[in-house]
Write a protein that binds this ligand. Structure first.
Ligand code: HEM
Length: 306
């Protein structure tokens, strides 16, 4: 079932329309347009299936039980409320402030010491302050990032119930259309825009899989992808712009409205969703942070690739 889902994603990609960012020549820029999550397995109906069947939760109330959910599942995540973990009663750092604070705490520890003062990992052999970005490398990073945001945003957009809008759709954090504009600009400057590379494709496929089979893990990636970009991502963008773009600020680093307010609204909804999770589901989500760093880290490193 999972392999089939990835296969369907591939088919969807071939047949999917490019996003509307211009005509003619620009098409080459945006040929990595939004990938299409399989229509048979909607993210939101998966939420209602995966979570609601264990406990009445916010999505159950909003979406109704099992809307479009298949009757069987090969979910890789099937912890039941009854399988109580020994550390269940131990409180987690940040827990009192809400689940987003828990996710943030785990994420900050996974930074290297040169990335953030809260980081606990050994400083990188090539700390970010010493990065020597190249334009082709930076374009690769933008292309692969777009692949990831296209996929993330398509998954959320394809939710089967309109009420889920108030959760993670149209948050104002979406990056796909802005990345398309940036790539158009690079093309207009005579730069070649490649297809998405293996790092972006692998991560995008993982996100599609998780949205179908493991919602808490998917939510972890959702949080890290958008919040990391608003923090370290912006810092890196500024540094790269000064080094190789004469300080030009790309669309990728611009938001409509006050970023802190956009993030705040998403935090509230992430907290609401997680409030309905079991401790096991929360811990499972937190554990996925390492993967989030692994996959996003690979894409970030493209900046310093040739
Ligand atoms: C060179 C790479 C990176 C640098 C320089 C960096 C740097 C930073 C900095 C300075 C902050 C702000 C800390 C604060 O609130 O005071 C931050 C926050 C954060 N970073 Fe990173 N980071 C990097 C990579 C990553 C990666 C790969 C991820 C995960 C995919 C990530 C996830 C986060 C998250 C979730 C936050 C918290 C955002 C918030 O509180 O709203 N970072 N990072």
């Amino acid at each position: 079932m999972m392999a089939m889902a990835v296969g369907e994603l591939g088919l969807g990609l071939k047949g999917s329309a490019a996003p509307v960012v211009g005509a003619g020549r620009e098409k080459s820029v945006i040929q990595n347009g939004p990938s299409r999550a399989p229509t048979s397995a909607h993210f939101w109906s998966r939420i209602s299936q995966k979570v609601d069947l264990r406990s009445s939760n916010v999505f159950g109330r909003i979406l109704g039980f099992g809307v479009e959910a298949p009757s069987t599942s090969t979910s890789s995540f099937s912890v039941r409320a009854s399988s109580v973990a020994p550390e269940k009663s131990k409180s987690r750092p940040g827990e009192k402030k809400g689940f987003v604070e828990e996710m943030r705490f785990v994420a900050m520890k996974l930074h290297t010491r040169d990335q953030s003062k809260e980081g606990e990992k050994e400083a990188d052999v090539q700390p970010v302050g010493q990065w020597k970005p190249s334009i082709p490398g930076y374009i690769k990073f933008l292309v692969d990032s777009k692949k990831v945001y296209d996929t993330m945003e398509t998954i959320v957009e394809k939710a089967s119930h309109p009420s889920s809008d108030e959760y993670f759709r149209n948050t104002g954090l979406e990056r796909s259309a802005r990345l398309a504009k940036d790539l158009e600009w690079f093309a207009s400057q005579g730069h070649e825009i490649p297809e998405a590379g293996p790092d972006g494709i692998t991560y995008a496929n993982l996100l599609t899989e998780l949205s179908e089979s493991d919602v808490p893990a998917f939510i972890c990636h959702f949080y890290n992808v958008y919040f990391a970009h608003s923090a370290g991502g912006r810092f890196i963008g500024k540094q790269v712009a000064q080094q190789i773009l004469d300080g030009r600020e790309l669309e990728f680093y611009k938001w409509d409205g006050e970023l802190s307010e956009l993030l705040g609204a998403v935090k509230v909804n992430l907290n609401k969703v997680a409030e309905e999770w079991t401790r096991e589901q929360k811990d499972h989500c937190l554990k996925e942070t390492e993967n989030s760093f692994k996959y996003s880290g690979k894409i970030l490193r493209l900046i310093v690739s040739a």
